[in-house]
Design a protein around this ligand. Structure first.
Ligand SMILES: Nc1ncnc2c1ncn2[C@@H]1O[C@H](COP(=O)(O)OP(=O)(O)OP(=O)(O)O)[C@@H](O)[C@H]1O
Ligand SMILES: O=P(O)(O)OC[C@H]1O[C@H](OP(=O)(O)OP(=O)(O)O)[C@H](O)[C@@H]1O
Length: 228
């Protein structure tokens, strides 16, 4: 039996169900919206496991599911050395979002990452503490800023409503996912310009490398995919 982890709610769940339906596999919840049991029709030997999108990377890595759909951002953030445990089988073409650094729109002299670095240096001297960046993507943000040699900042953890932390004065800047840009605009924030965002992410079908074999190949072939 191949266990497939799918986000248990929202756009990602619905778009994942649509993606499988287009390949002849019907995924559905077994009962009400609150029932996390799943049903699979159109293929034998595939079990649906509805999970939090954020938990799917670890469930794949420890082998409690063999296949899983989640965002590249969550895999890269949550699994150090993810490539040794997981294989990206197929990008799914939805869940596109950029992980970006943003500051208040009113910071007129802060447009680029170089501007940000110098403001962060001055901020520490002026306020006696390091400029705060609210995020749930600690690992990815640290790595990106280290590469750009930006050091005068501190991360404050924010697991949701991150764009609100600046107005709430618990952070000066934020690093979060954006797609339409509406949440940034509504919170009077602007993206810091750089060659690339911290990460360009989309939803991907991942497999646990240790589970790769004939049974997994059969499922992937049914979906019109080749194992990697
Ligand atoms: N506005 C957006 N547009 C497109 N993709 C998004 C957007 N917001 C989040 N995502 C993507 O959806 C995935 C799940 O996001 P998130 O971590 O917010 O999950 P969640 O819905 O809070 O679920 P849970 O809390 O159960 O883990 C991530 O890979 C993220 O990149
Ligand atoms: O650029 P936009 O299209 O406005 O999308 C960006 C928003 O979407 C995500 O939030 P989500 O709704 O998933 O909630 P959460 O992060 O607060 O859990 C993300 O954290 C941003 O807040």
């Amino acid at each position: 039996m191949i266990r497939l982890g799918v986000p248990s709610k929202g756009r990602l769940m619905e778009l994942t169900f649509d993606w499988f339906a287009a390949r002849g596999v019907t995924l559905s919840r077994s009962g009400s919206d609150r029932d996390y049991g799943g049903r699979v029709e159109g293929i034998d030997g595939l079990q649906l496991v509805l999970l939090s999108a954020g938990e799917i990377p670890r469930e794949l890595a420890v082998g409690r599911i063999e296949l899983g759909v989640t965002g590249q951002d969550l895999v890269r953030e949550r699994l150090v050395g993810w490539r040794s445990d997981l294989a990206e089988i197929a990008p799914l073409g939805f869940g596109h979002a950029d992980l970006i650094l943003a500051v208040p729109e009113c910071w007129r002299d802060c447009e680029t990452l170089d501007d940000f670095a110098s403001i962060a240096r001055d901020f520490r001297a002026a306020h006696g503490f390091r400029l705060r960046i609210a995020t749930k993507y600690h690992r990815l943000v640290r790595a990106w800023l280290a590469e750009a040699e930006v050091a005068d900042y501190q991360l404050v953890d924010s697991q949701g409503a991150t764009e609100g932390t600046v107005a709430n004065q618990t952070a000066e800047a934020i690093a979060d996912i954006t797609s339409s840009g509406e949440t940034l605009r509504a919170n009077a924030l602007k993206i810091i310009e750089h060659d690339n965002p911290i990460l360009r992410s989309q939803a991907v079908l991942f497999a646990n490398r240790a589970a790769m074999g004939a049974e997994l190949d059969r499922v992937l072939t049914h979906l019109g995919l080749a194992a990697r």
